[in-house]
Write a protein that binds this ligand. Sequence first.
Ligand code: NAD
Length: 443
Amino acid sequence: MKLTIVGTGYVGLVTGATFAEIGHQVLCVDNDAAKIEKLRRLEMPIYEDGLDPLVRRNVAAGRLAFSTSIAEGTAHAEVIFIAVGTPPGYRGEPNMSYVERVGREVAEHMTSYRLLVEKSTVIVNTNEQLRRTLNKYLKQDVPFDIASNPEFLREGTAIQDAFHPDRIVVGVESERSAALLREIYAPIVERSGCPYLQMNTASAELTKHAANSFLAMKISFINAVSRICELTGADIDQVAHGLGLDRRIGPHFLQAGVGYGGSCFPKDVDAFVRMGEELGYPLDLLKEVQKINAAQREHLMRKLQQELWVLEEKTVAILGLAFKAGTDDVRESPALYFVPRLLERKARLRLWDPVAREKFDLAHPGLSYAETPLECVRGADAALVLTDWPAVRTANLAEWRRAMRCPIVIDGRNVFSPAQMAEHGFTYHSVGRRPVAPPRPPL
Ligand code: NAD
């Protein structure tokens, strides 16, 4: 089947390549000409494990192509997926201007039936706004459908998630759109055996926001428990293990840490809260989730500040700039919180990340980067772990101990064990676990 994906970012590119791999004829459209040029040269604009060979294979097979033209995209396929960004906008509302623009532009180029599928994360009933937009801007009297097909992939495991999703959710209002989406997804449902859920459009839109808000809530919940652990001497690893074995709770998203970030949870929780306010049902529960998340970063910052006392002239090694391991996405990453605050206090920073350096540099130009974690911590007065990259998890701590000026580690991801850090003589603060302080040398 011929498919168009508008928006060739983390979601659009992975979705396009996945659809091509299962045999569809896919055109990925983006209005960022530099990105499309890069893709035409087979250079990946994002880091995602397995994406490069997937794109190459499908371009070579003639099933995947790239364009900057919405007109071409609209002409190419009966089904058009909208995968553009919905970043935070005014007072927590998502900025829907990108989605609206795609609606307008597609409408202006439509000459026969089209199904527009919202893959971007949107607030409930966006489909109605999109319908109104199309009706306003259509140049010819042609039929169309709007459907919702929220995306649940996780950066870092996006390809695996796309081929083996936990579920596929589609929201439709007509037999025709239901049949089209079922046909598109049939190979994935067949291969993976995943549930295929068809519902009305508003329910599909809401499912996505509710899922992300719930996951954010789980993270904030365990982070709140971690604070109680710190105040009582309980250990968050043991508590989370005990909690997670309850099948009603499950072990996922129970890792205490520096808080959630990324391009989805913060803005989606914001949007959900804002939607609740507009509907007259304030979601105070989620406001608390946001407060706990913000407090977690501040709490870690305080730990660092308490250890170093004065930050001016201190070298702080920052390990991890991506919002999580496995991606180069730095949107709302913890590093974006810490770096400006440390610079304000005149700390000297040395940064390391295996893949996110280029994107971080765009947000914060002119900082000093290290090639390896060891080089990053060399001569540092403290190291701050913000992403649980395997290269940090498996670091040679004896080497770190020798390389650092002061062996202080503030671990926002609990990548090390307190016992291991004590053994190597570090001063070590993590989340929800007892701090480690080396014995004082005799006077
Ligand atoms: P992104 O910023 O990586 O990609 C969006 C792309 O859309 C960009 O390349 C941009 O140039 C392009 N674009 C914007 N306006 C356009 C237009 N008018 N015409 C053509 N292209 C246009 O964003 P993303 O991370 O892929 O997220 C896209 C949507 O998917 C968002 O709503 C997000 O919330 C949702 N989502 C993201 C993830 C994730 O992990 N990133 C997961 C699930 C859902």
